[in-house]
Design a protein around this ligand. Structure first.
Ligand code: PBG
Length: 370
């Protein structure tokens, strides 16, 4: 028992006219009669006939797939990894189930596995045994991060983009991302000189992309200048442009055994600020960033969308340790479906405008996408 669609009297598009009320044009009294069988909830009620039916395109898996606006490709995923100096066994991280501090050997194996899964790149963080006020180990050519980068370039450098964390916090005994002045404040300009030395040490390992995560003013220009001066014109810069002072970095600080007391609010951004995220990205673009990034991802999708709207270079987003930990913890309790939550979270970040995503699930997610 069917009744023809009751579109008469409403111009095409009428149902979607701004301010229009009638998404159910034709529902006017009586015209369609009643169609529901006795006992149906609508029995005896006038038929309601929507003109616009978006559900039509959701009716089969094939239709949904055809009209899907975004899908994740393994190449758009970057795996952050930790390598621990002197470790003889990988060390599991309690606050990041499934993530470890690698030994040199397990780092190579995990990198090969990531390449096999077809992801796009690796982002390496080092965990040194010795820390000091200026982060000397960061610029030691044989320091754990530089040694790890060299191993990754050798192991998978032809298949994956090898990225380095360019920041002092893992290497300083006070845990800040820069060096301190006499009053104990983070000294922006003195830190830039350390970043320049770090950039040269990392470029010498063959790392392809340097990830500037310290949030010092002028860091992109300082690093670009020294790289170019020393002939590393092909070493690219990923700027952590809009990086917020976030509670969601908690598990990461366990992962790198951070010595930080206090917080990073004098250099990382205030979570309240949206406009300023765009300002930071714009400055990094002017200073020569090859890629700009927003971090964390899930709580900052508005900033990500703003940056993606104007950026002439690729935009990345970092789904950080706390985002990982929350989903893992809820899934472990059986409160959410782990795989669906992971896929939805990364898809949301792509949809908001990220060209690629740093996520601790990169290898596993890539495996599901095959
Ligand atoms: C700084 C850095 C941090 C993260 C990446 N780079 C920590 C911080 O700013 O305190 C956090 C990443 C994560 O939480 O997954 N070197």
């Amino acid at each position: 028992m069917t009744t023809p669609p009751t579109v008469s009297g409403s111009a095409p598009g009428a149902a979607t006219r701004p301010g229009g009320t009638a998404r159910t044009a034709g529902a006017s009294a009586g015209r369609g009669g009643t169609t529901a069988a006795a006992g149906h909830p609508a029995a005896g009620r006038p038929a309601v006939r929507p003109v616009e039916r978006p559900r039509r395109l959701r009716s089969t898996p094939a239709l949904r797939s055809l009209v899907s606006e975004h899908r994740i490709h393994p190449r758009e995923l970057v795996l952050p990894m930790f390598v621990k100096e002197g470790a003889s066994e990988p060390v599991a991280l309690g606050s990041m189930p499934g993530v470890v501090q690698h030994t040199m050997d397990s780092l190579r194996r995990a990198a090969a596995e990531a390449a096999e899964a077809g992801i796009g790149g690796l982002m390496l963080f080092g965990v040194p045994t010795v820390r000091d006020a200026v982060g000397t180990a960061a610029t030691d050519p044989d320091g754990i991060l530089n040694a790890g980068l060299r191993a990754l370039v050798e192991e998978v450098g032809d298949e994956l983009v090898v990225m380095s964390d360019l920041c002092l916090d893992e290497f300083t005994d006070h845990g800040h991302c820069g060096v301190l002045d006499g009053a104990g404040r983070v000294d922006n300009d003195a830190t830039l000189v350390r970043y320049q030395d770090m950039a040269l040490a990392q470029a010498a390992t063959g790392a392809h992309m340097l990830g500037l995560s310290g949030m010092m003013d002028g860091q992109v220009a300082a690093v670009r200048e020294v790289l170019d001066r020393e002939g590393h014109t092909d070493t690219s810069v990923l700027a952590y442009s809009a990086k917020y002072a976030s509670a969601f970095y908690g598990p990461f600080r366990d992962a790198v055994e951070s010595q930080l007391q206090g917080d990073r609010r004098t250099y990382q951004m205030d979570p309240a600020n949206r406009r300023e995220g765009l300002r930071e990205a714009t400055l990094d673009l002017a200073e020569g960033a090859d890629v700009v990034m927003v971090k964390p991802a899930m709580s900052y999708l508005d900033v990500l969308a703003d940056v993606a709207e104007v950026s002439p270079v690729p935009v990345a987003a970092y789904q950080v340790s706390g985002e990982y930990a929350m989903i893992e913890a809820a899934a472990a309790h059986g409160w959410i479906d782990r795989r669906r939550a992971i896929e939805e979270s990364v898809l949301g970040i792509r949809r908001a405008g990220a060209d690629f995503v740093l996520t601790y699930w990169a290898t596993e997610l890539a495996g599901w996408l095959r």
